[in-house]
Design a protein around this ligand. Structure first.
Ligand code: CA
Ligand code: CA
Ligand code: CA
Ligand code: CA
Length: 367
C-alpha cells in the first residue's frame, strides 16, 4: 500500500463517519411540543388548544386538564367550557423513547359582557344606531355580529342603522350576539326609545287693532276648535290642501287661547280653526301673503278658507329644526328645537259700520 492509497482509505472512512454522524444526528433530533401559554376565554366557549410538535407519524399524544379532562388527540377540543374546567392543561407527546410536554393555562377572559349603546333614544325619522360600547383591545374585537329585533330585523353589521317610522314598528327588544376568535359567545339586549318629538302651537288671539301682530293688551280666545291635517303637496293644488281627514282635534285653552298638538313626526302639516261668529282673520284683505313656515312668532298665520273656517298654508316640521325663540318655557340655550309655537291665529271682531252686509250681524247682536 503506498501513501496515496492509504490517504484514499482514510478519506473514504472519514466521509463515511461524517455521513453516519450526520444521519444519527438527524434521527436523534430533540422531540418538541408547544402550545399557547395562556388562553383567555369565556364560560360556554368551544375551542381547541392547538399543539405544535415535530413528532412524526405514530407519535402518541396525551392531554390532562382540570376536573378530569383527558384526550389523546393532538389538539385538545373543549366544548361548552365550564368554570371548573378552567386551569392548566398539560399535553405529553411520546415518540420512541423521547417524551416532551407543554402546558397551557385556560382562564377567564375580559370579554364577558357586551353593552348596547349608541343612538338608543331617537325621534321618529332618525335612525336607530345600536352598537356594543365596551372598549376592547384591537385583538379582542368580535369575529362576527348578529342582531335580531322587532319587525323581523336581522343584521350581521357591527351596528344597526334602522330608519324609524311613524308606525313605530321598529320599537322592541334588540339582541346582539357576538362570537370571538377564542370561542366566546356574548349576548346583550336593549329596548330603545323612539319618540314622536315634534309639536305645533300655540295661540288664537283677539287682534283688536287688526294689525296681524300680537300687541300688549291683546288676549287669547278660548274654546276655539283647532284641527291638524297632514298637508297634500302637489303641483297645481293650493298650499292649504289637507291630505285626508284631520289627524288631531283640540280646543284652545278657555283662559289663555293657547293650543298644542304634541307627538308629531317630521312632515308637512296644516292647522285649521273655526273662528267664533263675527270674527275674521286679522290683517285685512290687503295684508301681505301669510307664511306660517317662517318661524315668526305672534303673527297671524290664518287665511279664510270657507265660512268661519280659517287655515294656514303648509308648515314643515323637522326634528331639531324648529325655532327656539317661540316662547318655549325653556327659552334660551335649552329651548325646544322640536316645538314650533309660531303657528298663531289673529282674529279681528267685525265691527258693524252702517253697511248693508253687516246687517245680519247687527240683527244677531240685537238678539
Ligand atoms: Ca295686534
Ligand atoms: Ca320651539
Ligand atoms: Ca306663538
Ligand atoms: Ca307665525
Amino acid at each position: 500500500m503506498n501513501n496515496s492509497s492509504h490517504f484514499s482509505v482514510v478519506k473514504t472512512a472519514f466521509y463515511c463517519f461524517c455521513l453516519l454522524f450526520s444521519t444519527t444526528f438527524q434521527t436523534k433530533a430533540q422531540l418538541n411540543i408547544s402550545v399557547k401559554d395562556t388562553i383567555a376565554t369565556c364560560e360556554g366557549a368551544n375551542f381547541k388548544i392547538i399543539a405544535s410538535s415535530n413528532a412524526g407519524a405514530g407519535a402518541i399524544f396525551s392531554w390532562q386538564g382540570p376536573n378530569g379532562y383527558t384526550s389523546v388527540e393532538k389538539d385538545a377540543s373543549i366544548t361548552n367550557l365550564t368554570k371548573d374546567r378552567m386551569g392548566v392543561y398539560t399535553v405529553t407527546v411520546s415518540a420512541g423513547v423521547q417524551i416532551a410536554t407543554a402546558t397551557s393555562l385556560v382562564k377567564p377572559n375580559a370579554i364577558e359582557v357586551a353593552v348596547i349603546g349608541g343612538f338608543t333614544s331617537v325621534c321618529v325619522g332618525e335612525n336607530l344606531r345600536l352598537r356594543d360600547i365596551v372598549l376592547r383591545e384591537p385583538n379582542e374585537q368580535p369575529l362576527t355580529y348578529f342582531w335580531t329585533g322587532p319587525d323581523n330585523y336581522t343584521s350581521t353589521a357591527s351596528r344597526t342603522d334602522i330608519p324609524t317610522t311613524e308606525d313605530l314598528r321598529q320599537v322592541g327588544e334588540y339582541t346582539l350576539t357576538e362570537t370571538y376568535e377564542n370561542g366566546c359567545v356574548v349576548k346583550a339586549s336593549l329596548t330603545p326609545t323612539v319618540t314622536k318629538c315634534l309639536s305645533i302651537g300655540d295661540l288664537v288671539w283677539d287682534d283688536k287693532n287688526n294689525n296681524a301682530l300680537l300687541d300688549t293688551g291683546e288676549t287669547g280666545i278660548g274654546n276655539v276648535t283647532v284641527k291638524l291635517y297632514k298637508a297634500k303637496l302637489q303641483a297645481g293644488l293650493p298650499s292649504n290642501t289637507p291630505d285626508g281627514n284631520a289627524i288631531k282635534t283640540t280646543l284652545t285653552d278657555p283662559l289663555t287661547g293657547k293650543y298644542l298638538f304634541p307627538e308629531l313626526v317630521p312632515g308637512f302639516y296644516i292647522v285649521e280653526i273655526e273662528a267664533p261668529a263675527d270674527y275674521k282673520p286679522s290683517g285685512g284683505s290687503n295684508a301681505p301673503p301669510i307664511n306660517p313656515n317662517n318661524d315668526v312668532n305672534n303673527d297671524n298665520n290664518g287665511t279664510a278658507f270657507q265660512g268661519q273656517i280659517i287655515r294656514t298654508n303648509f308648515i314643515e316640521l323637522a326634528n331639531f329644526g324648529e325655532p327656539q325663540n317661540d316662547g318655549d318655557t325653556t327659552n334660551g340655550t335649552n329651548a325646544d328645537k322640536n316645538s314650533n309655537l309660531t303657528i298663531d291665529f289673529g282674529l279681528f271682531k267685525v265691527e258693524c259700520p252702517a253697511e248693508p252686509k253687516c246687517i245680519p250681524f247687527v240683527a244677531k247682536k240685537s238678539n
